[in-house]
Each structure stands twice: as C-alpha cells, then as structure tokens.
Design a protein around this ligand. Structure first.
Ligand code: ADP
Ligand code: NA
Length: 333
C-alpha cells in the first residue's frame, strides 16, 4: 500500500571512497534509472557532526558530495537530492524516535562499538543516537527500500524495529517496514592495506582507500601496493576463502565491470597478482576518471550546487512535512 520509494544518504565527512561508490552510489543510480521507484538521496550532514567537523570543511564537503552524486549519475530532476539540515523535519522526527527506540536496542549497534572502541564515555551523545536519526531520515519519506553497504544493515533493521514499535504503540499502520537493498559484487569493500577492515574515509592511511578524486597515477600506485598473498588467483570463488585481500580485489574488479565474481575468475583464474593488478588499475581509472573530472567541473560553480540543494530541500519538504504533521497528530501533539 506504500508507494515504492527509495531513500539513502552519505555523510559529507571527507572524500568519497570506492567503498561508497560500489556499496552505495552505484546502486543509487541503478535504482534511479530502474523507473520502479521514487528516489530520494541525501547528504547527511547531521550525521557527519556526530564526530567533530571543521565548519569550513563541512561546507566544502557538503558541496563536494553533491557534485559527487551528480558526477556519479544522480540527476537532480529524476531524484530528490538535498542536504539533511535544510529539512528540519529530520531532527523533529528523530526526537520522537529517540523516545520510541530502547536503550538496549541502541547498545547492540556494532558500528558504534567499532567506532568508539574503549572510548565510549567520550563519544558524543549524537553518535550513540545516530541510528534513530537514520530511522527518521528513512521513515520521514515513508521509504520502502534502502540501498546501503553491508555495514549499514543493522541500522536498517533498527529502522524496521522502530517502525513496528511506533505502529504498535500508537495502534496505527503508518510507517512502512522498509527493506535494505544490499546487492552487487562489492557490498563490503575492504581496506587495501588490511583485509579485515572496511575501506573508509576515516582510515588514517590514505593508501588504504581509493578516493573518487584520486588521479590515474595515484589509483594505479595504490592498487600496485595493495596487500595480497603469494598465490595465483583461483579459478572459482571457493578458492577465495581465507584470502580476504584477494577476495576484495576480485570483488572490486567484478563490481566495476558489472560482472559476477564467478565470471571474472573464469577469465583471470591462474594469473598472478602482478598481471591482475594492472588490469584492475586500468578498469578503476576508466570507471572513476570521468567521475572525478565531472566533480571538479561542478565544483567550479558552487553557487549552482547551492541552487540545486535549495531546490532539492524544497522538494524533500513537500513529502516530509505532511508525514511529520501526521506523526504529530498520531502522538497527540
Ligand atoms: P563512510 O563509512 O565512508 O564514512 P557513510 O557512513 O557516509 O560512509 O556511508 C555511506 C554509504 O556508503 C553507506 O551506504 C555505506 O554502507 C556505504 N559504504 C561505506 N563504506 C563502504 C565500504 N567499505 N564498502 C561498501 N559500502 C560502503
Ligand atoms: Na558508514
């Protein structure tokens, strides 16, 4: 009974990585083009400030992420593309969900534990509450599908729990129970230096990740230096078991080529990394080069980016405001 609607977001917390592209943005574009959904994509700056952001950098990163979305194929006419803090309803609904979610649910979130390590006492309250804000982001649009990387699966499940509890507590059938969409060969892109850590813009080592703004030489160097093992590539996916670095590079190749891992290994199985790495570098440069060129071009006109975001926020609010008003009615406010 709910309109098929897609919502997802990315934090403007620094350069976009290949992980963001393959785990999220590429799927965002596919869902925009599928013609089956209304698509809403957000720059989630309220999430970014859960850890310290230099104000000038946050402004710049917000524009750069908008440019990244467009360069990767998000069309601000076909999709609603906007910045979270420009639609106040996100924070308003998040407060209500703070009162629906249970402490125990939040304490089970593995991303919070991974991010803060032993330093939980010094983490911001916002970082702890972040998944309730994410639930508000999604449910404020009655979104039914949420394309994300694997690291966000638990947060989408929490969103479902919040929708179910709200509907139950208030005896309504108001919020949809949304589905995560976690698809493709690279739903969890790992660090190039350590196959047990995810590739992230917050990793202190720049060699651990490919940034969408890296030039061709940098991409080739990072792939050449990527950690591997001494064995040749296997002929089929079973041979990747226990070889996280090899698996990661093959997943990246398959995702960039829009092929399955089986198909790729049938072709390259038996080759050494010395032969495979240049193939991967060429493919990455061919796919990412046009995106970074287009991002740079768009960044030359920040006023145009700001206009796109202002218009996007207006369109977002047209959907969000009535849903927040209904929510207030249901709660008795
Ligand atoms: P980051 O984790 O780089 O700070 P965000 O939290 O803003 O990025 O995540 C934006 C989207 O990118 C989410 O859907 C997330 O699941 C996806 N994503 C982030 N890192 C990876 C990765 N290494 N592999 C696959 N998807 C990822
Ligand atoms: Na993330």
């Amino acid at each position: 009974s709910f309109t098929p609607r897609v919502f997802s977001g990315i934090q403007p917390s620094g350069g976009l990585t290949l992980g963001n592209y393959l785990g999220a943005m590429k799927r965002f574009v596919e869902m925009q083009e599928a013609g089956e959904y209304e698509t809403i994509y957000c720059i989630v700056d309220l999430h970014a400030i859960t850890v310290w952001q230099d104000p000038a950098a946050l402004t710049r990163n917000t524009r750069e992420l908008c440019a990244g979305y467009i360069a990767a194929g998000i069309d601000p006419e076909k999709s609603v593309l906007f910045n979270q803090s420009q639609v106040a309803e996100h924070a308003q609904l998040a407060w209500i969900f703070n009162c629906v979610a249970r402490m125990g649910w939040m304490q089970r979130m593995t991303q919070f534990k991974d991010k803060v390590g032993k330093n939980a006492q010094n983490a911001s309250l916002g970082l702890f509450a972040y998944p309730a804000l994410m639930a508000a982001d999604i449910l404020l649009y009655h979104a039914t599908h949420v394309p994300v990387g694997e690291d966000q699966k638990q947060h989408v499940e929490l969103t479902r729990d919040i929708a179910i509890k709200f509907n139950h507590d208030y005896k309504v059938d108001f919020f949809p129970v949304c589905e995560p969409v976690i698809e493709g060969a690279a739903t969890r892109v790992m660090s190039l230096r350590d196959g047990s850590k995810k590739m992230s813009k917050s990793d202190p080592s720049d060699m651990s990740r490919i940034n969408l703004t890296d030039d061709a030489d940098t991409i080739a160097r990072k792939i050449r230096k990527a950690k591997t093992d001494p064995e040749p590539l296997p002929e089929d996916p079973k041979g990747l078991e226990g070889r996280p670095e090899a698996r990661n590079l093959v997943n990246i190749y398959a995702a960039l080529a829009d092929r399955t891992v089986e198909d790729v290994l049938a072709e390259i199985g038996g080759r050494q990394f010395s032969e495979f790495k240049p193939m991967l570098a060429d493919l990455a440069v061919a796919k990412l080069g046009p995106i970074s060129t287009e991002m740079a071009r768009l960044m030359d006109d920040p006023a145009e980016i700001d206009r796109i975001l202002t218009r996007g926020a207006e369109r977002a609010r047209e959907i969000a405001a009535p849903i927040l008003r209904r929510t207030y009615d249901i709660v008795g406010m």
